[in-house]
Design a protein around this ligand. Structure first.
Ligand SMILES: [Zn+2]
Length: 204
C-alpha cells in the first residue's frame, strides 16, 4: 500500500496544485468524445498511449475487451456503452484489444478457466474471435497465433458492439463512429482495421 500512499501524496502536493483550474473545471461535468472498450490488462493504458487527460475518455474495461451482443444478460460493459452513447454523447467508440492477451489465450484454451466460473462464462463472448482470425504476423514470434486471434477478437467485439441498440441507433443517426484498433505492447504500435482493405493497417 505504501506505493499508493506515496503516489497520492505526490498527487496532492504536486499534480493537483499545478492543474487546480483544470480539476475545478472537471468538477462541473464531463463531455468525453471517446469511449474506449478495452481489456482489464494492467499493461494497457489508452490514456497514456493517446495522451488523453481526465474528462476526455470514457473507458469500459473487462477481461478480453468484450462486448456482449444485444440480448445478453445485463452487465457493466453494456450499461457503460449505453450511458456513454446516450448520456455522455461520445462521438467515437473504439474497441482496443492488445497483443499477448491472457484473456484471449485462456478463453480459447480447452478447460482454461475451469475453476473460475464467472470468468469462464464471461469468456464465452470471445469464442467468435476465431471466426475473424487474422493472418499470422512473423514479427509476433511465439505469440503469432495468439495475436492473430486477438486481432480477430477486435472484429468479433466490433460486430457485437454494432448490435447494441444504443450503438445501432446512434450509427443510423450519424452521431457515432465505431473503430477496431489493436495495440502491440512490445513495440507500442497501434493498428486499425481498415474496412475497405479488410485488414489491419498502421494507425499512422
Ligand atoms: Zn487482455
Amino acid at each position: 500500500m505504501e506505493r499508493l500512499i506515496e503516489g497520492y501524496k505526490r498527487f496532492l502536493t504536486e499534480v493537483f496544485p499545478e492543474r487546480k483550474n483544470y480539476f475545478h473545471l472537471l468538477a462541473e461535468g464531463q463531455a468525453p468524445k471517446y469511449l474506449f472498450i478495452t481489456c482489464a490488462d494492467s499493461r494497457v493504458s489508452p490514456e497514456m498511449v493517446f495522451g488523453i487527460e481526465p474528462g476526455n475518455m470514457a473507458i469500459a474495461r473487462s477481461l478480453g475487451s468484450m462486448v456482449p451482443p444485444a440480448g445478453s444478460e445485463n452487465n457493466g460493459i453494456t450499461a457503460t456503452i449505453e450511458y456513454a452513447v446516450e448520456i455522455l454523447g461520445v462521438r467515437h467508440a473504439i474497441i482496443f484489444c492488445h497483443s499477448n492477451c491472457g484473456s484471449v489465450r485462456s478463453a480459447l484454451a480447452p478447460g482454461g478457466l475451469k475453476k473460475l466460473p464467472y470468468a469462464q462464462k464471461w469468456m464465452e463472448y470471445v469464442r467468435t474471435a476465431a471466426n475473424y482470425r487474422q493472418p499470422l504476423d512473423p514479427n509476433d514470434g511465439k505469440n503469432a497465433e495468439l495475436n492473430a486471434l486477438a486481432k480477430g477478437n477486435v472484429l468479433a467485439q466490433l460486430a457485437n458492439l454494432r448490435t447494441q441498440p444504443s450503438v445501432a441507433k446512434a450509427l443510423t443517426e450519424g452521431r457515432l463512429n465505431v473503430h477496431g484498433w489493436y495495440y502491440d505492447i512490445e513495440s507500442g504500435r497501434v493498428e486499425r482495421y481498415d474496412e475497405a482493405q479488410k485488414r489491419f493497417v498502421p494507425l499512422v
